[in-house]
Design a protein around this ligand. Sequence first.
Ligand code: BGC
Length: 416
Amino acid sequence: MRLGRLLMASAAALGLAGVAAQAQEQVEVLHWWTSGGEAAALNVLKEDLQSKGIGWQDMPVAGGGGEQAMTVLRARVTAGNPPTAVQMLGFDIRDWAEQGVVADLSETAKAEGWGEVVPEALQFFSTYDGAWIAAPVNVHSTNWIWANKQIFDELGLAEPTTWDELIAALDKIQEAGHVALAHGGQAWQDATIFDAVVNATGGIEFYKAALVDLDPDALGSDTMKEVFDRMAKLRTYVDDNFSGRDWNLATAMVIEGQAGMQMMGDWAKGEFLNAGKQPGEDFLCFRHPGTQGTVTFNTDQFVLFQVGEEQRDAQIELAKSIMAPSFQSAFNVVKGSVPARTDVPGDAFDACGKKAIGDLAEANANGTLYGSLAHGHGAPASVKNAIYDVVTAHFNGEYDSATAVEELVNAVAAAQ
Ligand code: BGC
């Protein structure tokens, strides 16, 4: 027997032929799901693909909101070596589609009927020029507060429904010797709170005018000054070590009972669950006071880059797996988000998840569903980053509220 044949025969005997074939079917996935809860959710996807014989090459880039991941992506694409699939948010998806470097998923989307089950607000980001260019895995939202139930019970606190009740609760928690507000001083985290405070202070129409339509009158209004005053007030409830802290470490402060509340998107729930905590027993989830009935959303979508033909099958399999109803349920139960498809039953979700599903459907029906500015769904990255700078500078005391309003108007105008 010639050597080649001999090797093939022994490989087959050892079952290696199958392994070699599988090794070629591989996806390299760039993402920023590096916290405990996020990694647990990502595992659901990895395992799903592995069960279909597709290997996973992990390309994690830490940093909520995905700014650092997008920097790495730019470098990879510029070097002519894009990853197979990339976690992406909102306007970034459209920007990459415009560059003509992303794969067209229209054929799969049509065959699988994505258009009938994905809400239009999400499709705006999954399609470009009539073609499907992303597979949405979930819907998160930013107008949430996460609270330690034991602290609330001990202090006799009810879930606040107005700004005044929120402040009274924060005061009580602080007086009792806890950190009232767990927060990490990173621009995207400051902006996540800003999303909710703009909505709570001016209402969702004001949110839309200021952070989606970028109306200079709304941006420069007295209401916006009040927003900044409220941000300054919230700043008084964070601890001295907040600067630079990662969001999941802030969530851990609430989980461990060092802090009373965190204002964060519902990926925070993934951390509570990963720590073995139960909603209603160990922690509370409620909408930022004044925003019930509205949702500022962000949807994680996977964009497939144009890579060699040999990776095309694995890419399509990844997209199909992401969109499968059973996967959307299993993944989002762990991630803290809700399915991107409207036809996935909510049975497997906990109380916070069921509330999120109901709130999303209600906001979608009532026209009170808008993209999160902080997470790239309000305005393109240039504007988002300009707003980040102003919000963070103000949060750190560099501007008073009146100056912040002026800077906001100027920064948004310059960034467009
Ligand atoms: C993403 C979430 C992620 C969070 C923190 C957000 O921008 O949409 O999926 O969990 O950042 O990393």
